[in-house]
Design a protein around this ligand. Structure first.
Ligand SMILES: CC(C)(COP(=O)(O)OP(=O)(O)OC[C@H]1O[C@@H](n2cnc3c(N)ncnc32)[C@H](O)[C@@H]1OP(=O)(O)O)[C@@H](O)C(=O)NCCC(=O)NCCSC(=O)C(=O)O
Length: 577
C-alpha cells in the first residue's frame, strides 16, 4: 500500500497526495529493502523518522563510515543491496570510503545521500554543505545517479538496485537533493511511478564449451588445486560448491572470507598447507577469487618454479587474464557455473593422484601439530596464540556465530588459527585490508542474521569504529568484542628516541577498553589470561548481552605486518640502515 503523505484540502477537490519522502520509502519497501543504516541530519532526518514509522528498520550509527561498512556487509550477506543513508557533503564523504570499499569487494550497496540544491551548487553560490556529490562519487562506484523530480524516484531506485546486484555486484551512489523530498504529487501518480525490480540479478549461464574446456584442463592435472574466494561465498550456492569439490576430490584453499564454505577441518582443505599448494600445484581453478595481491598476482616466488595453468570462474569477463594467462575462462554466475560443472562431470570422474593429496595432508598435519601446543599456553599477559586458542574453541562450539576480524597480527594469526565451519561466517577486512570495518560489520551481521557475533579486534583497528559500542548497546545486540590490547600498532614497545613524544605506533599503556562498554550499559571484562578470556567469552555467547573484553596481550608480542607481499616497511627500513 502506498504510504500516503496527506490529503489536499481544497473543498471539492479532495485528493490523496504523496511526496518525495514517502516515495523513497515506498520504493524501498516495494523492493524488499527493509533496513537502512544511517546517521541522521540535514536533510534526511525526517526521512529516517518516516521510514521507521513506515516499518523499515532504521539503524542510526555514530559515524557514516561505520553505517556504510554495515550496509556493504549486509549486501554481502543477503545478496540484496545494503542501504546507507547520509547527510550531504561531509556525511556523504564519510560514507564514500565504505562505498568504494563495497565496490572493490563486490558487495552490493547503495549510498543514498541528501544533497544541496542544484541551482545553487552549479553556480557555486555557497549553499549549506554545497558539493557536487555525484561527480565525486562516480569514479568510486559502479554507478551513480541523481534524482531531480519526485516522479523519478521509482526509476532512480530501480536503476540503483539493479546496478548494485546484477553482474559483478558493487556500490552505487544515489543523490537526492533536499528539495526533492518536499515535492508533492497525487498519490495515484506516485504509485504508478514506482518500479518493482524483476529478476534484479539474472542468472548468467556459462557457455557449454567453456565448461567443457575447464573440466578437461582440470581432469588432466596431476596436481590440481581449487581456490575459493569470497565471490563463491557470496553466490550462496553452498551445496553445489560442496558437491563439486567433493566429487572432484581436488584439494581446496579458501581465501579468508571463503573459509567455512566447506569446513576448514574438511579432509580436502589445504588452508594449513598454503605455501605448499601454491608452489606445487600445476592446475589451479579459481572460483570467485581474483588473482590480486592476496594471491601474489598468480606469479612469483609464492607460486614456485613450475609452469601453471589457471582456470577461472568469474561473472566479470574482464577479470580474465588480468594478471596471468587464463587457459580456461568460464564466465557466468558461480551458482550456474558450478552446477554446470556438476552436470558435465558425469560419473566417470577420477580423483587426483593420491601422491598429491597425501603430500598435502601430511604438510597440513605437520603445520597443525606445530601450532597446537602454542594454542594451549596459559601465559599472562597473553600472547596471540594463547588468546586465539580460546577463541578457536568458542567458534567450534558456536559454529553459527559470525566472526568479524580486523587488525594486523590479530587478523593474520586469527585467520590461520580459527577454523570456520559454515559459509559466510567470517567477515574481515577484504580486498583492501582496511582497518575500521569492525563495529559496522558486527552490527549488520547481528541484525541481518540474528546470530551472535564475535568481533576479534586489534586495539588499533578497533579505534576506527570504537564509538559504535554505544550503537551496539542501544540496539542491545548479541555482540562480543574482544580487543587484543598490546598497547599499540603491531606492538606496544616502540620508543621514540628523538623527543618526548610517544613513538608513532604506541598507545596509552594499560588502557581499559572494557570501560567503554560499561559506560553505555554493556558488560566490560578485563581478561589477563586465557582462562579469564575463556570464561568471559563463553558467558557473553550464552547471555547474548553486548560485551567488550579487554584481552591484555604482551606489548612485546606481535610483529610488523610483514606478510603482505613485498610491502614490508620494516625490511625497507632495515635495508636503509
Ligand atoms: C595474502 C595472505 C592471504 C597470505 O597469507 P599467508 O600468511 O601467506 O597465509 P595464511 O595466513 O593463509 O597462512 C599462514 C601460514 O599458516 C598456515 N596455516 C593456515 N591455517 C593453519 C592452521 N589451521 N594450522 C596451522 N597452520 C595453518 C599456512 O599454511 C601458512 O603456512 P605455510 O603453508 O607453511 O606457509 C594473507 O597475508 C592475507 O590475507 N593478508 C591480508 C592481510 C591484511 O589485509 N592485513 C591488513 C593490513 S594491516 C594494516 O593495516 C597495516 O599493517 O598497515
Amino acid at each position: 500500500m502506498l504510504n500516503t503523505a496527506t490529503k489536499s484540502e481544497a473543498p471539492g477537490t479532495e485528493q490523496e497526495l504523496t511526496d518525495g519522502f514517502h516515495l523513497v520509502i515506498d520504493a524501498l519497501k516495494l523492493n524488499g529493502i527493509n533496513t537502512i543504516y544511517n546517521v541522521p541530519g540535514i536533510p534526511i532526518t525526517d526521512l529516517g523518522r518516516m521510514a521507521q514509522a513506515a516499518g523499515i528498520r532504521v539503524i542510526s550509527f555514530r559515524h557514516e563510515q561505520n553505517a556504510g561498512y554495515a550496509a556493504g556487509i549486509a549486501g554481502y550477506l543477503t545478496k540484496k543491496p545494503g542501504v546507507c543513508l547520509t547527510v550531504s557533503a561531509p556525511g556523504f564523504l564519510n560514507g564514500l570510503t565504505a562505498l568504494a570499499h563495497a565496490t572493490t569487494n563486490c558487495y552490493p550497496m547503495i549510498l543514498v545521500s541528501g544533497s544541496s540544491e542544484r541551482e545553487i551548487v552549479d553556480l557555486q553560490q555557497g549553499d549549506y554543505e554545497e558539493m557536487d556529490q555525484l561527480a565525486i562519487a562516480k569514479p568510486l562506484c559502479k554507478a551513480a545517479y541523481r534524482v531531480l523530480h519526485a516522479q523519478d524516484i521509482g526509476i532512480g531506485f530501480a536503476r540503483a538496485i539493479r546496478a548494485a546486484v546484477s553482474g559483478r555486484p558493487g556500490g552505487v551512489y544515489l543523490d537526492l537533493p533536499a528539495k526533492l523530498f518536499g515535492q508533492v504529487m497525487s498519490a495515484d501518480a506516485g504509485r504508478k511511478s514506482l518500479v518493482k525490480v524483476i529478476d534484479a540479478a539474472p542468472a548468467q549461464i556459462p557457455s557449454p564449451a567453456s565448461v567443457k574446456r575447464a573440466l578437461d584442463v582440470l581432469k588432466s592435472a596431476k596436481r590440481p588445486l581449487i581456490i575459493l574466494g569470497k565471490g563463491a561465498a557470496y553466490a550462496q550456492a553452498d551445496e553445489e560448491i560442496k558437491n563439486f569439490v567433493e566429487k572432484s576430490g581436488v584439494p581446496f584453499l579458501p581465501m579468508s572470507m571463503a573459509k567455512g564454505l566447506l569446513p576448514d577441518t574438511h579432509p580436502q582443505c589445504a588452508g594449513a598447507a598454503r605455501s605448499t599448494v601454491l608452489k606445487e600445484s600445476e592446475v589451479v581453478l579459481l572460483i570467485g577469487a581474483r588473482l590480486n595481491w592476496l594471491l601474489s598476482h598468480g606469479k612469483g616466488k609464492s607460486w614456485g618454479e613450475a609452469p601453471k595453468k589457471f582456470i577461472q570462474v568469474d561473472i566479470e569477463p574482464r577479470e580474465m587474464d588480468s594478471n596471468v594467462e587464463i587457459v580456461a575462462p568460464v564466465v557466468g554466475d558461480i551458482g550456474s557455473v558450478v552446477s554446470a560443472f556438476n552436470q558435465a562431470m558425469g560419473a566417470g570422474w577420477t580423483a587426483p593422484p593420491a601422491e598429491w593429496t597425501k603430500a598435502i595432508s601430511s604438510k597440513r598435519e605437520e603445520n597443525v601439530a606445530k601450532m597446537a601446543p602454542k594454542l594451549m599456553n596459559n601465559k599472562s599477559p597473553m600472547d596471540y596464540h594463547g588468546a586465539l586458542g580460546v577463541l578457536k574453541n568458542v567458534i567450534k562450539e558456536y559454529p553459527e556465530a559470525i566472526l568479524v576480524n580486523e587488525g594486523a597480527n590479530t587478523l593474520d594469526l586469527a585467520r590461520g588459527v580459527i577454523d570456520m565451519y559454515r559459509p559466510r561466517k567470517r567477515l574481515d577486512v577484504g580486498t583492501w585490508g582496511v582497518m575500521g570495518i569492525g563495529m559496522g560489520q558486527a552490527i549488520a551481521a547481528a541484525l541481518e542474521t540474528g546470530h551472535p557475533v564475535l568481533a576479534v579486534e586489534g586495539d588499533s583497528a578497533f579505534g576506527f569504529s570504537g564509538m559504535e559500542v554505544e550503537t551496539i548497546c542501544r540496539y542491545n545486540l548479541p555482540i562480543c568484542v574482544v580487543i587484543f590490547n598490546n598497547d599499540g600498532i603491531y606492538r606496544g614497545t616502540d620508543v621514540n628516541g628523538a623527543n618526548a613524544d610517544p613513538a608513532t605506533t604506541v598507545f596509552v599503556k594499560g588502557a581499559r577498553y572494557d570501560k567503554m562498554m560499561e559506560a553505555f550499559g554493556g558488560i566490560g571484562v578485563n581478561a589477563t589470561s586465557p582462562d579469564e578470556l575463556k570464561r568471559a567469552v563463553n558467558e557473553a555467547m550464552k547471555s547474548g548481552k553486548p560485551t567488550l573484553i579487554n584481552a591484555v596481550i604482551d606489548p612485546a608480542a606481535g610483529s610488523e605486518s610483514g606478510r603482505i607481499g613485498n610491502l614490508n616497511p620494516q625490511s625497507v627500513l632495515q635495508k636503509k640502515k
